[in-house]
Design a binder for this molecule. Structure first.
Ligand SMILES: Nc1nc2c(c(=O)[nH]1)N[C@H]1C(S)=C(S)[C@@H](COP(=O)(O)O)O[C@H]1N2
Ligand SMILES: [Mo]
Length: 198
């Protein structure tokens, strides 16, 4: 299987692959606000809502039938660790956005997780090939504690933008703040500018 290496995306943001103030780790720590929620593949649905031509729901089977790819990416946690060369497999954000037919008044996006987590990003920041709805990690199913069955990955932003257990995305006509963005973490979250707090 071919792997698309996007670990050079840092060049868009800074000189160094490792953002300032980050330490490289080979472990993959788990950070969850409230533990790992249950999921049932029979009843799970992925919902696309808001400023789109057509709102839709996909079953787990239908989601897995969307075109997918594998990317090598870096992962930067706002608490100071970075894990380089993660291999995530999933569906690109633009694939989902195109299917929905995002309307011209959409400017912002909110992701929703099964644990009640939310996180937000401007549409122009999130609508890029390196943002994945990922169901695979290092050739296997995405581990449950890391957001399996499905999580978002945002390699150009701190990882609190990478919603685990994601089961929906809403396209918004006004910016809104998600869980950590309401609680003092940066709304913009660019690691190469050390945008950690707001
Ligand atoms: N649904 C959900 N997504 C989440 C979180 C969470 O608590 N719930 N925590 C966020 C935070 S703060 C970080 S650093 C990353 C951690 O991902 P990991 O546990 O796979 O390392 O997930 C993010 N996504
Ligand atoms: Mo985090």
């Amino acid at each position: 299987m071919s792997v698309k290496d996007v670990t050079d995306l840092y060049r868009e943001f800074g000189e160094e692959r490792l953002p300032p103030g980050q330490t490289e780790t080979t472990a993959f720590p788990v950070l969850s606000k409230s533990g790992t929620p249950d999921w049932d593949p029979e009843t799970w649905t992925f919902s696309v809502r808001g400023a789109v031509a057509e709102e839709f729901d996909l079953s787990w089977e239908e989601f897995r039938d969307l075109p997918s790819e594998t990317q090598r990416q870096d992962f930067h946690c706002v608490t100071g660790w970075s894990k380089l060369d993660c291999e995530f497999t999933g569906v690109t954000f633009p694939t989902v956005a195109e299917r929905a037919g995002v309307t011209s008044d959409a400017v912002h996006v909110m992701f929703h997780g099964l644990d009640g987590y939310t996180t937000n990003l401007p549409l122009d920041v999130v609508n890029r090939e390196e943002v994945l709805f990922a169901w695979g990690y290092d050739g296997d199913d995405l581990p449950r504690e890391h957001g399996g069955p499905l999580r978002v990955v945002t390699p150009h932003r701190y990882a609190y933008k990478s919603a685990k257990w994601v089961d929906g995305v809403t396209f918004l006509t006004e910016p809104e703040r998600g869980y950590w963005e309401k609680r003092g973490y940066s709304n913009t979250a660019n690691p190469w500018n050390e945008e950690r707090y707001s």
